[in-house]
Design a protein around this ligand. Structure first.
Ligand code: ZN
Length: 123
């Protein structure tokens, strides 16, 4: 599988390997985050929780959500514009599509032998 075939209009496609887990955010598309357990706005505590998790290199993404007291995984919160924690990304500059089709997502997931998360960043 070649991503150039899936996204022939892309200006650039680059694999990014990070030494440590990082937060892949949607850039200026950031529009907030809500608790995946109770649906309350989580933005008031999300950044502090993320900073606390960064002190352990994001090895543990679980935290107690102040809104409902539940244990949540920062990677499973409901991001208005999807975000994700990880060490590997494929960055596609100006992909020339609005969304990947479910078939494209499945093709990439199968090739990587891993579920993928699409993070649409506006930089
Ligand atoms: Zn909650």
């Amino acid at each position: 599988m070649c991503l150039n075939q899936l996204l022939p209009q892309a200006d650039a496609i680059e694999a990014i390997f990070e030494d440590d887990v990082r937060f892949f955010d949607p850039g200026s598309n950031w529009s907030g985050v809500t608790c995946n357990l109770c649906g309350e706005d989580a933005e008031s505590w999300f950044f502090d929780s993320m900073e606390a998790a960064s002190e352990s290199g994001f090895r543990d993404l679980t935290t107690t959500a102040p809104c409902c007291g539940g244990k949540v995984d920062l990677n499973r919160l409901n991001y208005v514009w999807q975000s994700a924690f990880g060490r590997f990304a494929i960055e596609v500059l100006n992909p020339g599509v609005v969304l990947l089709s479910s078939e494209q997502v499945e093709t990439v997931s199968r090739a990587l032998q891993s579920d993928i998360t699409e993070v649409w960043a506006h930089i």
